[in-house]
Design a protein around this ligand. Structure first.
Ligand code: ATP
Ligand code: MG
Length: 564
């Protein structure tokens, strides 16, 4: 490709509204342009990368036995009403009506459509297992579109779905997809981790997320310093502490006027947050429910939403309702004489002589002890906090450590959730109707482009790994428009590269050498050859790989052999 003809609008300066490196570089290197919030146009260079990623995904999935289909982006409401998700999806789903005033949505995902296809086409256990995938546009009206294509509203996903009548086949396909995801990400030269993920209320099911490690990642992933435990923060289990020590202090009510936060409380009483508990109030099925955490810990909302009697997804109570139910304002709440049902995190339940709000404005208790001042049933003591770095790992293998990750894939044994809701059945060996189990396997294709850049760049620009590079060779012809010698040599080498099947980009623009060098670093093709008049007089050109410090001089007739 001749760069003079290519829509490749590079930018020298960092765009003001791009906070993460991949977003900045994708704009600066002319891969994408924003149309509206969360909506991007892919320019030729970016699209080539996207297509290469798709090709790798397609190849590996087909080799793993999955079949490609393509389902519509626009989906009828009836299917979503059947599964119960028309209501549940809320504002993330973009809805519309056709000319007959029938309801439709832009597909945020395709479980309903594939389940409908399956129930129409597959009747017998003999036809199973099946595993279908597509590479298709999704639309999700995300609350906060940001970081460019990392959290977009329109994006490309590879989504796959398998159906089974027996657990062994279900597990085998799940494992095949797990392995396939690993191969796909390895082929892209990414540093990644599969981690255990939450399965909502589906008991016994498997779910893993695949995270590309990057400091800009939106997710926290947790792993054990020894052993191979790894999970996302939502799922990561806090190890069980020992029992609470015996009480030493008496229960004392102390004035704490104006205290709103744990920090203020600790300052006023000169204690550490580890000696306090905090009380959060959420909606329960029958009124409000209190959740007690150690003062320095954070609530895990996914764990909390799964507690019996707590409303899912989690809803925090309004201050006015809290004050009415508890008789005190937030800041002065606590478990002693608590008028509403309460859950206590295991680590808070392991405290002795701690401090908490007295459920009276302006007052706290110190010297609180559970068994003496506020007896708990075992069922009230739960794991409901986010783990923190340094916690003992579950199973006792080392301590927990954190990494930031970009979630690029998610595989999930959904079980019979959708098949049941949508009344799907197949005939078993004995001619009886059985409900098939379903697995789903997602991969963020556009997301991967950003993830690759996060892991492959330096201060000058992108450094594409060879399998994903939009072109492999950047041929910089210096003074192409002024020097006939350069023009002739560059055209000749460009044609020779094309003939050798090398994907080549010829910078034949009428630009200063400095601009060409800067753009070459920014765009980040793996190999760079510079053709200039001075070298040509000695029949040499300069060759450099993207991350090499300095170029080397290579005889002009030998240089292409370095690439083949
Ligand atoms: P999250 O919790 O981050 O919103 P999700 O659970 O909604 O993720 P899935 O439905 O499992 O994500 O989607 C599969 C993959 O699609 C994700 O792993 C991610 O790479 C990608 N993806 C999801 N939402 C977006 C988005 N808004 N923009 C770009 N890619 C996305
Ligand atoms: Mg989401």
């Amino acid at each position: 490709m001749r760069q003079s003809h290519l829509l490749l609008p590079t930018m020298k300066e960092n765009p003001a509204d791009a906070d993460v490196i991949s977003h900045r570089l994708m704009l600066r290197a002319g891969l994408i342009r924003q149309l509206a919030s969360g909506l991007y146009t892919w320019l030729p260079l970016g699209l080539r990368v996207l297509r290469k990623i798709e090709a790798i995904i397609r190849e590996e999935l087909q080799a793993s036995g999955a079949q490609e289909v393509l389902m519509p982006v626009v989906q009828p409401a009836e299917l979503w009403q059947e599964s119960g998700r028309w209501e549940k999806m809320g504002a993330e789903m973009l809805r519309m009506q056709d000319r007959h005033e029938r309801d439709f949505c832009l597909g945020p995902t395709h479980e309903e459509v594939i389940t409908d296809l399956f129930r129409r086409e597959i009747q017998s256990y003999r036809q199973l297992p099946v595993n279908y995938f597509q590479i298709q546009t999704k639309f999700r009206d995300e609350r906060r579109p940001r970081f460019g294509v990392m959290r977009a509203r329109e994006f490309t996903m590879k989504d796959g779905y398998s159906f089974h009548t027996d657990q062994a086949s279900f597990d085998a396909t799940y494992q095949a997809m797990f392995d396939c995801y690993g191969r796909i990400l390895q082929r892209m030269a990414l540093d990644f981790r599969p981690v255990e993920a939450d399965t909502g209320n589906i008991g016994g099911a498997n779910s893993h997320e695949f995270h590309v490690l990057a400091s800009s990642g939106e997710d926290t992933i947790v792993y054990a310093s020894a052993g191979d435990y790894a999970a996302n923060l939502e799922k990561a289990e806090a190890a069980k502490p020992g029992p609470a020590p015996a009480p030493c202090n008496n229960l004392v009510k102390v004035p704490t006027p104006g205290v709103k936060t744990i920090t203020q409380l600790c300052d006023q009483l000169s204690i550490s947050a580890q000696q306090t508990v905090k009380t959060l109030v959420v909606a329960g099925e029958n009124g409000l429910t209190a959740i007690i955490l150690r003062g320095d810990h954070e609530l895990n909302e996914v764990k909390a939403a799964k507690l019996p009697g707590v409303v899912a997804p989690l809803q925090f109570a309004k201050d006015i309702d809290i004050t009415q139910a508890m008789g005190a304002h937030p800041g002065f709440l606590g478990p002693v004489n608590c008028p509403i049902p309460l859950y206590v995190d295991r680590e808070a339940a392991a405290l002795a002589d701690f401090c908490c709000g007295a459920n009276e404005d302006g007052l706290h208790f110190t010297g609180v002890n559970w068994s003496r001042d506020c007896a708990l049933e075992d069922s009230q003591i739960v794991d409901v906090r986010n783990v923190v770095e340094g916690d003992p790992a579950p199973g006792g293998a080392g301590t927990l450590k954190f990494l930031r990750g970009i979630e690029v894939g998610h595989i999930f044994q959904l079980g019979t959730t959708y098949s049941k809701a949508m009344d799907v059945s197949v005939l078993d060996q004995d001619g009886r109707n059985i409900t098939p189990m379903m697995g789903c396997y997602g991969m963020g294709v556009t997301h991967l482009v950003a993830a690759v850049i996060e892991q492959n760049h330096d201060e000058h620009g992108i450094a594409w790994p060879v399998p994903l590079a939009p072109y492999h060779l950047h041929l910089l012809a210096l003074n192409y428009h002024k020097s006939n010698l350069v023009k002739t040599a560059a055209d000749k080498m460009y044609n020779a590269a094309l003939e050798l099947g090398i994907e080549v980009l010829l910078d034949d623009r009428d630009e200063r050498p400095g601009v060409k060098f800067a753009d070459a670093d920014l765009i980040g093709l793996p190999h760079r050859i510079v053709i200039g008049e001075r070298g040509l007089k000695n029949d040499v050109v300069e060759y450099k790989q993207r991350l090499d410090k300095a170029p080397q001089e290579v005889p002009i007739d030998q240089v292409l052999s370095l690439l083949t």
